[in-house]
Structure formats: C-alpha cells, structure tokens
Design a protein around this ligand. Structure first.
Ligand code: NAD
Ligand code: 6OD
Length: 488
C-alpha cells in the first residue's frame, strides 16, 4: 500500500498558513513523493516566535495547572483517536516497518504527553528553614516558572517519539513552543498540530514550522532573540552550530547528540539472548537510532560462534513492504544518507575490514529498488583506531572485535569521543554492575537495549550531548526557579 501525496503546512498562531516555499518529501521505501511541504521563510519564523511570545501572556499562562495538564491528556487522546493516520504518516516519511510505528513510535508519542502531565502534577518544590541572628528565622521556598518561548528542533530517525519527548515537558511546565521537525519527516508533527487545533489548544502555544536547518528555518528559529531556550536532538556537528548562536544570547540548551555505542558480550552471557539483543541494537530502524550499537566487543571464547550467529540474524531480516507486518528491516531515510552509509562500507574495506555479511545494496526487482535500502552489515578485523570504529555511521552496521579481559573491554568501550549508551551482556550480576557503572555514557543497559522508563535521566556525555532530559530532569530544564526568602 502506498500513502497518497499529503500537503504539510506551517501552523502559526493557531492557523495553518498557505505560505512558504514548497518542497517535496520523498518516501525512502520507493523513491516516490510522499508529501508537498511548505518551508517557513524568515518572516514566518518571526511570526511564529511572536505568536508564541504573545501566548505567554494569554489564557495559557493564566489557566490553573490542572487545566493546562488536561490539554496534554487531550493531545494524547487525539493521537490515539487518529492512531492509523499517525502510523501512515510516519511510514510514508521514513519507510519504517508498520510493526515498529505501531508498537513504538506512535504509542510513545501519546505516552510522553501523559507521563509528563502526571509528573508535573506530582512535582514538589524545595523548602529550607534557616536560622537568623534575631532567632526568628526565615523560610526559603522555590517556585518554578516557565522558561518562556522554547525552540524545539527534532531529527528524522524517530520523528514522533523525539518531538513529543520535548514538547510534552515544555508544555507541561507552561512554556509556549515553536517546533521544527526534520525536513525529511514533516508528517507526524503536522498531524500533531491538527490535533492541537481540534482540541482548542490556545493559539500560539504550539507552533509547528517546516523547513531546512542551516541558513534556513532551523537557524532562523534558534537565533531569534525572543527564543528563551533551545532543545535539540540531532548530530553533534549541528549542536556545535546551534550552540554558537545560543552563546550570543546566553540561552540554555539541552542537546541530545550522536553516539558510537558499544555492546560488550561476555562469554558467560545467555548466548541466544545476547545475539538477539545485539542484532536488535544494530539493525532496529535500519541502525538509525542514536542508541544503536556500532561497536561490539565479544569475549574471545565465544567470538567466532557469536559472529556466525549475528551474520545469520542479519541475513534473516525482512526488508518487505513497510506495511507488511512481517517486515522488520527498513530503508535508510534518504538517498543522501545512503551515500554516506555506503561511503563507510567502502571505507571499512579500505581500512582492511572483513565483510562478514552485507556491505552493499540489495536488489529487489520492484519499486524498492528506487528506495534507499542498504544491506545489513557485519564487519570484523579493524583496529580500534580505524575511522569506521570512531565515527558515527548511523546505518545498519556493526564491527565485532574480540577481547580477553574485563578491564580491556571497559577500556575499549570507553575509548570514544562519544558517550551516549552501552549494553552489557552477562549473567554474572556483580560483573554486570561493575562494568555498567564504569561505562562513560548516559545510559548503560544490562541484558537489554532501548528499554526506557520515561522518568529516568536521558542524555549523553562527551560529544553525545549536554544535560539530561526525562522525569524531573526535563521539568528542571523547561522551568526556572525563583527562590522566595521570607524573614519571620
Ligand atoms: P541533524 O543534526 O542533521 O538535523 C536535526 C535537526 O536539526 C533537523 O530538524 C535539521 O533541520 C535541524 N538543523 C540542522 N542544522 C541546523 C542549524 N544550523 N540550526 C538549526 N537547526 C538545524 O540530524 P539528523 O540527521 O536529523 O539526525 C541524525 C542525528 O541525530 C544522528 O547523529 C543521531 O545520533 C542524532 N540523534 C541523537 C539522539 C539522542 O537522543 N542523543 C536521538 C536521535 C538522533
Ligand atoms: O527513549 C527516548 O525517549 C529517547 N529520547 C530515545 C532516543 C533515541 C535516539 O535515537
């Protein structure tokens, strides 16, 4: 089934605009046009920020907190009521399997709104009693206020999940938002604007802009002087560019950036679970999850058996029609990204890798040949210093290397400019804890991968980001305390 061509407009001040510069959004599963999208020029961006600023003084700011939070539940209800539309839009933009969109991307979009509404409802403030020389004392307590106009910039890999992960806490805390989805994935953000419109979210509270990043919509937005905070998920390089602009206005930033994540498999691991887990952490979403494992370290006694089993898993993946429920492997997001991934497949060969499986472009003999598919790929034989071992590829590929000792595995896993995630596979509980706590990453999994409680801190070390979001960490980023000191 192919979705019909959609039209995606900018949503500003509570209205969908018939303005902007049209561009085509391409379905990466078949190369066909999925949508016509209207990119916001500088004037539209400025109107969106002005409307968000005005909304800070409107009904949104004055309404009781419970009423504000009820809007988040209505957004979640609205997503669920149009569940199939959201699934179809996400698939048309990304080519991802329906099973993933149905079980992860779209449900997590709704869950983010409910989770952050509930979190704010239960949040408390700090209070300190203090002594004073006259013996009467004083009370200090903090009240939290919205930061103001928040710019949300999201990537294309998990469009709905990552956009709502930021929108939900920003709105829960009473901010107004101007959000830009990736130019590759405009669909679900537009549907979300439709839901916001239908539930009567006050105009200006949520503005959705389409368009590109550098010298375009994204850059106009993050550099606007009336934007009070910037939350960004995307490439580390883009984070650097955004930070330069943010520095001028001393604006708070929350950055969730790239990764070059390690999986460490000990010989005492449950072998089948570890193979399944590493196959999942390498090939899910065609390797386009910031948390995916691109470096796999396996204890030498099980190395050969592990590589053979992972090869088999890679070769069993089904790159069928995205709407077919048996499909579990997708195209990359675009032909441009495919060129990048294929350049790393070539570089791996140049650097002396053994290509255990994959390394090329599959041939289907149908419309998928116009899509952006690559083969799931397993490599061995590279030194730790190879570029393929150090640079984020963001494709369905991992390199597997043997190790002999626990401290060696920890050193190799941490030998990276990135520090986002790691997965440790072992049945030895003491070792699991010992190794996981030594990982220089924001999240270390033991015997699992991509299992997330929305209340936990999420973010990265080193090039992988600044700050944490999740639970109270999000509430702290999206609000600012004023301490009130009362002399008794
Ligand atoms: P990207 O950095 O190219 O683009 C992300 C967003 O930023 C897009 O909306 C883009 O239009 C916008 N943008 C680009 N340049 C900009 C600029 N100068 N000013 C303002 N906005 C700008 O990233 P991508 O290719 O969309 O996503 C893939 C990357 O995202 C990978 O590196 C991946 O690891 C990372 N990622 C990280 C996390 C995380 O939680 N740490 C999650 C998902 C993806
Ligand atoms: O689980 C999440 O909420 C989260 N932020 C995941 C990020 C995935 C990166 O591609």
């Amino acid at each position: 089934m192919t979705a019909k061509t959609a039209t995606y407009r900018n949503y500003v001040g509570g209205a969908f605009l018939d303005e902007g510069t049209p561009f085509d959004s391409i379905n990466p599963a078949n190369g066909e046009r999925a949508a016509v999208v209207y990119a916001a020029d500088q004037d539209i961006v400025y109107r969106a920020v002005a409307s968000a600023k005005a909304a800070l003084d409107g009904p949104w700011a004055k309404m009781p907190v419970q009423e504000r939070l009820s809007y988040l539940h209505k957004l979640a209800d609205g997503i669920e009521a149009r569940f199939d539309d959201f699934v179809a839009a996400e698939i048309a933009d990304t080519g991802k399997p329906a099973s993933q969109a149905r079980n992860l991307d779209i449900p997590r979009g709704a869950a983010n709104f409910r989770a952050f509404a509930d979190l704010l409802k239960g949040a408390s403030t700090e209070c300190f009693e203090m002594d004073t020389p006259d013996g009467a004392g004083a009370i200090n307590y903090a009240v939290r206020k919205p930061v103001g106009v928040v710019a949300v910039i999201a990537p294309w890999n998990l469009p709905m999940l990552l956009m709502t992960w930021k929108l939900a806490p920003a709105l829960a805390c009473g901010n107004t938002v101007v959000a830009k989805p990736s130019e590759e994935t405009p669909g679900t953000a537009t549907l979300l604007a439709e839901v916001a419109h239908d539930i009567g979210l006050p105009p200006g509270v949520l503005n959705i802009l389409h368009g590109f990043g550098p010298d375009a919509t994204g850059e106009f937005l993050v550099n606007h002087p009336d934007v009070d905070a910037i939350t960004f998920t995307g490439e580390s390089r883009t984070g650097t560019a955004i930070m330069q602009g943010a520095a001028r206005g001393v604006k708070p930033v929350s950055f969730e950036l790239g990764g070059k994540n390690a999986a460490v498999v000990f010989a005492d691991a449950d072998f089948d679970a570890a193979v399944d887990g590493v196959a999942r952490s390498t090939f899910t979403n065609c390797g386009q999850v910031c948390l995916c494992s691109e470096r796999v370290y396996v204890e030498r006694p099980i190395f050969d058996r592990f590589v053979a089993a992972l090869k088999q898993k890679a070769e069993e993946l089904i790159a069928g029609d995205p709407f077919d429920e048996t499909t579990n492997f997708s195209p990359l997001i675009s032909h441009g990204h495919r060129d990048k991934v294929l350049s790393y497949y070539a570089l791996a060969r140049d650097e002396g890798a053994t290509v255990v499986t994959g390394g090329g472009v599959p041939q289907f003999g149908d419309k998928r040949d116009q899509g952006a598919y690559v083969e799931p790929t397993v490599l061995t034989g590279l030194p730790q210093t190879a570029r393929v071992m150090r640079e984020e590829i963001f494709g369905p590929v991992c390199h597997v290397m043997p190790f002999d000792a626990e401290d060696e595995a920890v050193r190799l896993a941490n030998d990276s400019d990135y520090g986002l995630a790691a997965a440790v596979w072992t049945t030895n509980l003491s070792r699991a804890h010992r190794v996981a706590r030594q990982m220089d990453v924001g999240i270390a999994w033991v015997n699992t991968w991509f299992l997330r409680d929305l209340r936990t801190p999420f973010g990265g070390m080193k090039l992988s980001g600044i700050g944490r979001e999740g639970g109270l960490h999000s509430l702290h980023f999206y609000s600012e305390p004023t301490n009130i000191c009362i002399k008794l």
